[in-house]
Design a binder for this molecule. Structure first.
Ligand code: C5P
Length: 281
C-alpha cells in the first residue's frame, strides 16, 4: 500500500521590508508570506533502532547537513524519543530560490514526526524548535499565509483570497546570508502599521542588492514587466507575477516558457500540510 506523502509547500514573500539590524545578527523584517499549493513531498518510515536516515531524489545535499535530518534529530532529542525514522524527500523547490524549500521540509518533518512518534508537542513548541533551524520555519509550522515581523517568527494569519502566480526560476542559487550581510542592503525602512500596507507598493528591500550581485537579472525583470509588476521572493532568485485568474497566469506563462523556466501556482490561505494532518492551530 502506498501511503500518500506529506506535503512541504513553497512560499513567496509578497513584500519584504527590512526595518533594522538586531543584536543577534539577524534583521527585523516586515513581510507577507503567501503559502503556495505546490512544493516538495516527504515520506516517513519509522524504525525502532533510533537511526535517522534520508534519501533524496536529487544530489547535492549531504544527508548529515539536510535540514529535515537536523529537524528530526532535534525533535527526537527534545521529546526523548527512542524511535528513529527514514525520510524519503522528493525535492521540487529549487535550492537558493527564496521559496523556503528547506524551511518547509523542516516544518513538515517536525509536524509529521510529532504525529507518528506521538511526541505531543503543541504548534507553538514546534514553531519554537523550528525557529532554531531557520527564520522561515515557523510560518510553515503555522501552516497559514501570514504577515510576519521580527525575524519572521511573529506571525498573524491573513486571508489573501485565491490568487495565481507565475513563478520564474532563473537557475541561480542565491545565498540568503550573502544578501543579508551585504553592506549596501537597505536596512532602514520605516516600520509600517498593518493599516498602511494597503496603500503601499509591495516592494522587496533585498531587490537592489540582488540586482547588484547578479546584474543579469535586470533582463529578466524587464522581460516580465510586459506581463505585470514582477516581484522577487525573499532574497531571490525566484521572481513572480500575480494574476486574478488561472487562465491569465497560464497565458503569461506560455509566452514566457520559451525563454524561462516557469510554473503556474495557486496561493492558499491554509497549507496542504495542515489539511493532511487535519489540525488547526
Ligand atoms: O534563519 P536562516 O538560516 O534561514 O537565515 C539565513 C541567514 O539570513 C541568517 O544567517 C541571517 O544572516 C540572515 N537573516 C537575517 N534576518 C532575518 C532572516 C535571515 O539577517 N530575519
Amino acid at each position: 500500500m502506498t501511503v500518500p506523502g506529506w506535503p512541504a509547500p513553497a512560499k513567496i514573500n509578497l513584500f519584504l521590508r527590512i526595518t533594522g539590524r538586531r543584536d543577534d545578527g539577524y534583521h527585523d523584517l516586515q513581510t507577507l508570506f503567501q503559502i503556495l499549493d505546490w512544493g516538495d513531498e516527504l515520506q516517513f518510515s519509522v524504525n525502532d533502532n533510533g537511526r535517522i536516515s534520508r534519501h533524496c531524489n536529487i544530489s547535492g545535499i549531504p544527508e548529515h547537513e539536510d535540514i529535515c535530518v537536523l529537524a528530526a534529530k532535534k525533535l527526537q532529542c527534545h521529546a526523548g524519543i527512542s524511535q528513529g525514522v527514514h525520510i524519503d524527500l522528493v525535492k521540487r523547490i529549487p535550492m537558493g530560490s527564496g521559496l523556503g524549500g528547506g524551511s518547509s521540509d523542516a516544518a513538515t518533518t517536525l509536524l509529521a514526526l510529532n504525529r507518528v512518534w506521538s511526541c505531543g508537542l503543541s504548534g507553538q513548541q514546534l514553531a519554537d524548535l523550528g525557529l532554531e533551524l531557520g527564520a522561515d520555519v515557523p510560518v510553515f509550522v503555522l501552516g497559514r499565509s501570514a504577515y510576519a515581523e521580527g525575524r519572521g517568527e511573529q506571525l498573524h494569519a491573513v486571508s489573501l483570497g485565491q490568487p495565481f502566480y507565475v513563478l520564474v526560476f532563473p537557475r541561480l542559487a542565491i545565498s540568503t546570508a550573502e544578501v543579508f550581510r551585504h553592506p549596501e542592503l537597505k536596512r532602514n525602512s520605516r516600520r509600517l502599521d498593518w493599516s498602511e500596507f494597503k496603500n503601499t507598493r509591495m516592494r522587496n528591500d533585498c531587490l537592489d542588492v540582488v540586482l547588484r550581485l547578479y546584474p543579469e537579472l535586470e533582463n529578466l525583470v524587464n522581460d516580465l514587466q510586459e506581463y505585470g509588476e514582477p516581484r522577487m521572493s525573499g532574497t531571490g532568485s525566484t521572481f513572480f507575477l500575480q494574476f486574478d485568474s488561472k487562465n491569465a497566469a497560464i497565458k503569461a506563462a506560455s509566452n514566457l516558457k520559451c525563454r524561462y523556466n516557469v510554473r503556474v501556482v495557486g496561493g492558499v490561505d491554509v497549507s496542504p500540510l495542515l489539511d493532511r494532518l487535519s489540525v488547526s492551530w
